[in-house]
Design a protein around this ligand. Structure first.
Ligand SMILES: Cc1cc2nc3c(=O)[nH]c(=O)nc-3n(C[C@H](O)[C@H](O)[C@H](O)COP(=O)(O)OP(=O)(O)OC[C@H]3O[C@@H](n4cnc5c(N)ncnc54)[C@H](O)[C@@H]3O)c2cc1C
Length: 480
């Protein structure tokens, strides 16, 4: 029998990673579009997954991600190829930086503090966040011998190098704001390999920072972002009309080059009846066969899908834990807020015993998100550290958040609007040992020709990572 000249490729999941995979497949088959037939299956009626933007009155609300790192190629590269480069907007430099809650009040994160490590002495010496002993202990990092661990928890790493105070007062809330994770479990090798490398190469993170500054000076380059605090906000960009703009551009290209089947849940991926290829079992029970399959879902969904095909692979995927979180979005007249909100947001240390994880001042990052006399706030609750908060109903969540905003920032009166957006089991937790697990998952996946995984469960949780994972999966699916 003649082999079918058309390569049939299925993508399961129409979030950012699935859409990026579809877009890349279309790019790769541009020379000979008739040779490839791409079908994207999405369980819900809408494409985009956990990314989206809503207009609420005069407010523009990114309901999931609102910005992305520009020093990773995924998102910026895709925007460029989609003709969206001119739509990228930088965060507002006037408000760069973050606050951290300290004894019930917002205090600025010391300038130059980058997630784990300070890169400037004076702001650390003058911050009220740490006791004199806490500060001394931080600077003693210079003399702490390098550890010899392939992986350890973020908490162990920071306690070992900088002491407990730095962990509790700064690192836990800043890192928690990104990963919604328990630092006692979070793998430093999987989430912040850069800091392990600094320790390995220079013996100390402080020494590494000093070295970097002197290299910057010699090159007369811009200092490496020592003036913005927290999660290096200066390196983030958004889109003028919100993240939906990226989805619209992706959808437009993808719809033209690929069959999209929304409201279609895949139940299982099985071996095809032919020697090569895969059979997808659809929600209506009908099977369809493909030469290659990209699974672009969460790891727990992928585990269910791949159980029949490879139970070892499924077990490893199912072992990646997830946290659930919700965002309570509120709009306020600035006149009703006592605090100047002069940063991009506030992170809340666990030791402060509050019921919120962080609040992002969205319209300080991107002013057009709210009218000039108002502010758009996005308050994060739940995550791995406060899972019980996710179970509260919407009304109670809004009440709790308004109470917290009132006590912390002096927010008075009713919000102009409030909106609760829930993300059940959406945030993968990269626990200690994650990279070993990822190694096993990748080797097992490679034994199935034409099978590829995409998403944010393996090698990076953010938007650029999800996009890059989709693009890499497309290359695998194309090769067979
Ligand atoms: C609250 C929150 C805030 C975030 N903020 C940021 C941020 O500011 N910056 C940043 O860089 N990153 C952020 N992230 C991370 C970023 O949003 C994600 O990395 C990215 O959107 C993941 O996209 P994805 O396509 O891999 O997954 P998803 O968006 O989860 O898409 C998976 C899709 O697969 C579909 N699906 C699942 N099972 C099946 C099935 N059996 N059959 C068919 N379809 C199926 C689902 O319906 C879904 O549409 C945030 C994440 C969360 C949860």
């Amino acid at each position: 029998m003649e082999p079918d000249p058309i390569r049939r490729i299925a993508i399961i999941g129409g979030g950012l990673s699935g859409l990026s995979a579809a877009h890349r497949l279309i790019e790769l088959s541009r020379g000979d579009p008739a040779s490839t037939a791409i079908t994207l299956f999405e369980a819900s009626p809408r494409l985009g997954g956990i990314v989206g933007t809503q207009q609420v009155g005069d407010y523009l609300v990114d309901t999931g991600a609102d910005s992305f790192l520009t020093n990773k190629p995924g998102a910026v590269g895709l925007c460029r190829r989609l003709g969206l480069e001119h739509r990228l907007v930088a965060t507002d430099a006037r408000y760069r930086g973050a606050h951290v809650l300290f004894e019930g009040r917002p205090v600025r994160v010391p300038d130059g503090f980058q997630l784990i490590s300070p890169s400037a002495a004076w702001p650390m010496l003058t911050t009220p966040l740490l006791t004199p002993w806490g500060k001394l202990r931080m600077f003693l990092e210079w003399f702490v011998p390098p550890g010899n661990f392939a992986d350890e928890s973020l908490a162990d790493f920071v306690r070992r190098r900088f002491g407990r105070e730095a962990l509790d007062k700064l690192v836990q809330p800043l890192v928690g704001g990104i990963y919604t994770s328990d630092p006692e479990k979070l793998s430093v090798a999987a989430t912040m390999p850069r800091f392990l490398e600094m320790e390995r190469q220079f013996g100390s993170l402080l020494r590494a920072s000093l070295k970097q500054r002197s290299v910057d000076r010699q090159n007369s380059a811009e200092p490496s972002d020592t003036t913005s605090s927290g999660a290096r906000y200066g390196l983030f960009a958004g889109l003028a009309e919100g993240m939906e703009e990226l989805l619209v551009a992706l959808r437009t290209t993808v719809v033209a080059g690929c069959q999209i089947r929304t409201s279609t849940r895949i139940q299982a991926v099985q071996r095809a009846s032919r020697p090569i290829g895969y059979k997808l079992v659809l929600s209506d029970g009908m099977p369809e066969e493909f030469d290659a399959v990209i699974v672009a879902t969460t790891a727990h969904q992928a585990a269910r899908l791949l159980q029949d095909l490879d139970s070892d692979l499924a077990t490893d995927l199912a072992g990646i834990e997830y946290a659930s979180s919700a965002i309570v979005v509120t709009g306020h007249k600035l006149a009703n807020v006592r605090h100047p909100l002069d940063s991009f947001g506030l992170v809340v240390p666990h030791c402060e015993r509050r019921r919120i994880l962080a609040t992002s001042f969205s319209s300080r990052k991107f002013p057009v998100r709210a009218p000039a006399d108002s502010v758009l706030m996005r308050t994060f609750v739940g995550g791995a550290m406060q899972p019980e908060m996710f179970d509260l109903d919407d009304e109670t969540l809004c009440r709790v958040v308004m109470q917290e905003l009132g006590e912390i920032f002096g927010v008075q009166g009713d919000a102009e609007f409030s909106l609760v957006v829930r993300y059940p089991r959406a945030m993968p937790q990269y626990h200690v040992g994650h990279l070993d697990r990822v190694g096993r998952i990748e080797s097992r996946t490679a034994t199935h020709a034409g099978l590829a995984l995409a998403g944010n469960a393996l090698r990076g949780v953010g938007v650029p990572d999800a996009i890059s994972s989709g693009e890499a999966a497309a290359a695998v699916a194309m090769q067979g």
